[in-house]
Design a protein around this ligand. Structure first.
Ligand SMILES: Cc1cc2nc3c(=O)[nH]c(=O)nc-3n(C[C@H](O)[C@H](O)[C@H](O)COP(=O)(O)OP(=O)(O)OC[C@H]3O[C@@H](n4cnc5c(N)ncnc54)[C@H](O)[C@@H]3O)c2cc1C
Length: 407
């Protein structure tokens, strides 16, 4: 089914397609298979970083920047095009279709920026957003702490007001990409006497401050993709508190809404391509004639189609100018659990080869082994599957928080 979005959108699609054909530099497709990078986890962050250093990538980034097509949804005064959700989804679809990367500013674009746009003052927006668009500020997320993951509101990092500054002391954990970040957005407790959700503030800090340090956490794969961080009296101007003092929980919910549901409108594109890669792997291995494998592949295909239709529902919500709500948890639960099962199916299809690692330094894995292993993380970060189920039950379905026990 193709959704008919009317002649204006059809023209926009044609224009974007033509623009990509004209401006994408030759050699860009060789950088790597970008269409699968987005979802499969089939590439390590090292491979991704290498690809981003390719001259064709730099040229493409410059082309997109001059056409204001980096963070295209952001208002024009901050470097974007003010695209609405429908146009942005079409833009993303066309990039996928052409096999070229969407130059993305990571957590700055997908998590902090939307929170600053929704809750920041015009001065904060003018200060923080353009620096994300041009790639000068790279953010990491300082939410989790030792002992505070699912129960985020139980966080202990302290934020004390000293004149016109906030001084932050505490420890953060599981901070993805902290090694590459010069900024961190974090949550800290600014009113220890308030009810636990109420005394929290959302602050942007300079992560190169000498009072901030980090230690990489090495994983079983040999890679160290996240860190634990030590904040020993890091100072930030009060200007950097987004949404007002002690109002950080609301801002954090905006960030988490985008983290869980932000890519819902286009994620099916990557998963669909990945599905066909797996179907092809099954064919090559002679597994596609196995009725059990065929049944599982049919299941996987139907799940991707459900993702697609669910994405259209999210798109409709965004097109009405509404933010992702608790429904974002449905999307997060769905894709992460799907992907974990797909990884298991890939291992079945690979058969005994799934047990054999390729040669190489560290702990190398094949792309499908990587999907199998890394898809497990998807059911943990941005809130575990259990937490998503709680949110769906309580806030989307309106079920009672505590089970009622009759006397
Ligand atoms: C790959 C990866 C990247 C990450 N990146 C970041 C990052 O950049 N920044 C950041 O701040 N954090 C990051 N995290 C941390 C992530 O947000 C937490 O791991 C997650 O919120 C779970 O918290 P926890 O690990 O403390 O587990 P816990 O909260 O200790 O949970 C342990 C188990 O108990 C279950 N559980 C807990 N509470 C409930 C409940 N109320 N009802 C039912 N079951 C429950 C959980 O589902 C889980 O199975 C990342 C995690 C991963 C895996």
């Amino acid at each position: 089914m193709e959704l008919d979005l009317g002649p204006e959108i059809a023209q926009f699609r044609a224009d974007i397609r033509a623009w990509i054909a004209e401006h994408a530099p030759a050699g860009l497709a060789e950088v790597t298979d970008w269409n699968t990078v987005a979802t499969t986890g089939g590439y390590s962050s090292g491979e991704r970083a290498r690809a981003m250093r390719h001259p064709a990538y730099a040229q493409w980034e410059a082309e997109l920047a001059s056409a204001r097509l980096i963070c295209p949804q952001w208002p024009a005064e901050f470097g974007g095009q003010g695209m609405d959700a429908v146009h942005a989804a079409i833009f993303n679809e066309e990039l996928y279709r052409a096999g070229v990367p969407r130059v993305h500013r990571g957590m700055g674009e997908s998590l902090v920026g939307p929170a600053v746009i929704v809750h920041g003052t015009p001065e904060q927006q003018a200060t923080f957003l353009p620096r994300i668009v041009c790639g000068e500020d790279v953010y990491c997320q300082g939410f989790s702490e030792p002992g505070t993951g699912s129960d985020l509101a139980g966080l202990q990092a302290r934020g004390e007001i000293d004149g016109d500054e906030i001084v932050i002391t505490g420890q953060k954990l599981w901070t993805s990409g902290a090694q590459r970040a010069n900024k961190m957005f974090l949550l800290c407790r600014t009113d220890p006497d308030a009810e636990k959700h109420a005394g929290i503030s959302y602050v942007l800090i300079d992560f190169t401050d000498p009072a901030a340090s980090y230690r990489p956490v090495r994983q079983m794969s040999g890679a160290a993709e996240f860190c634990e961080d030590f904040l020993d009296g890091v100072r930030a101007p009060l200007f950097n508190v987004i949404g007002g003092l002690n109002n950080g929980w609301r801002v954090a919910m905006t960030t988490l809404g985008y983290e869980r549901g932000g890519s819902a409108t286009i994620m099916h594109l990557g998963y669909e391509r990945e599905f066909w890669d797996l179907a092809e792997t099954a064919r090559k291995r002679g597994a596609s004639s196995d009725p059990l494998v065929r049944q599982q592949l049919a299941w996987a295909y139907s799940q991707v189609q459900l993702m697609r239709f669910s994405g259209l529902r999210t798109l409709a919500r965004l097109a009405e100018g509404r933010q992702p709500g608790p429904e974002a948890s449905i999307s997060k639960l769905f894709w992460s659990e799907y992907h974990k099962r797909l990884g298991e199916l890939a291992m079945t299809i690979e058969g005994t080869d799934a047990l054999v690692r390729p040669d190489g330094p560290g702990y190398p894995t094949t792309a499908w082994q990587n999907v199998f292993l890394s898809s497990r993380a998807g059911t943990i970060y941005s809130g575990t599957s259990e937490i998503q189920r709680n949110i769906v039950a309580e806030r989307a379905l309106g079920l009672p928080k505590e089970p009622r026990v009759r006397a």
